[in-house]
Design a protein around this ligand. Structure first.
Ligand code: SF4
Ligand code: SF4
Length: 253
């Protein structure tokens, strides 16, 4: 089924969202004095899994290898712009004050930046009139109707995957070594923007090597998950939902 859309410029998507950034976008965001967080997630690692499913291949592409205790893992670390309330670039008339240099994710919304997920008006902040059938076509079946927009989405995904080694190196340098267990949430790290920017720039220009990666600790807000992880040889600890942990489940610790 086709999906129609036109932005009403209500400004809702410029409030309180975490915007996924590429390394270059994160450097620019941090250098402007705005907050960049690193969200981390630990994905189970199966040595025999060579990406025979598209989802497994995608998970490998967006993550780097790591170790927690005796358990090999993969870590997906995502740079995000975070602002409580209005984005620092949002003008009082709800226009973007950073329009020409806005991150790709702002150009994509309300499309899904992740593959294998269809855009769903219910999960978006846009008002009902934005989805009126008389608006231009956004999705033709499973495909993005506008080829130029489709290319921005593809570019966004490709860049995030290309950035993985740089983000991995910056995590090691900034001692970021805790991650939420996959599909349970995200551990949130808020390094000083100056250090984060400097480490991202260093990692981008490094030819090889970089800081030695540290062992990772998997954090969860469910005691049952912690026990399972420890039994499997993992270093795991419990936490509660809050600024450092975005949990998908209620605290059970
Ligand atoms: S950069 Fe512009 S489009 Fe993106 S969230 Fe901020 S105000 Fe909105
Ligand atoms: S929430 Fe939707 S309609 Fe409102 S400004 Fe963002 S993209 Fe446009």
């Amino acid at each position: 089924m086709d999906l129609h859309f036109e932005c009403t410029q209500c400004g809702q998507c410029c409030h309180g969202l975490r915007l996924t950034l590429s390394v270059d976008e994160a450097i620019a965001w941090a250098d402007n004095g705005h907050c960049v967080e690193v969200l981390t997630e630990a994905l189970p690692y199966h040595p025999d899994d060579h990406g025979e499913t598209a989802q497994a291949g995608y998970d490998r592409s967006r993550s780097f290898p790591a170790v927690s205790g005796e358990m090999p893992l993969r870590i997906a670390a995502v740079l995000v712009a975070f602002h409580e309330g209005a984005c620092p670039h949002l003008r009082p008339d709800m226009r973007c004050g950073n329009y020409a240099a806005r991150p790709r994710i702002c150009r994509i919304y309300p499309l899904e930046s992740r593959p294998f997920m269809n855009v769903s008006p219910e999960r978006r902040l846009c008002p009902p009139e934005a989805w009126a059938p008389s608006n231009p076509c956004l999705m033709r079946g499973d495909h993005i109707a506008d080829p130029a927009l489709a290319e921005i989405v593809a570019d966004h995904r490709r860049t995030l995957m290309d950035d993985v080694p740089v983000v991995a190196s910056a995590c090691a340098a900034l001692n970021i070594s805790t991650a939420a267990f996959a599909n349970e949430g995200f551990a949130v790290h808020q390094p000083d923007g100056r250090y984060l920017s400097a480490e991202l720039k260093r990692a981008k220009s490094a030819q090889s090597g970089g800081p030695t990666p540290q062992p990772w600790t998997v954090v969860t807000n469910r005691e049952s998950t912690r026990s399972l992880l420890v039994e499997a040889g993992c270093i795991a600890s419990t936490t509660r939902r809050g600024p450092s942990y975005l949990g998908s489940f209620a605290d059970d610790v």
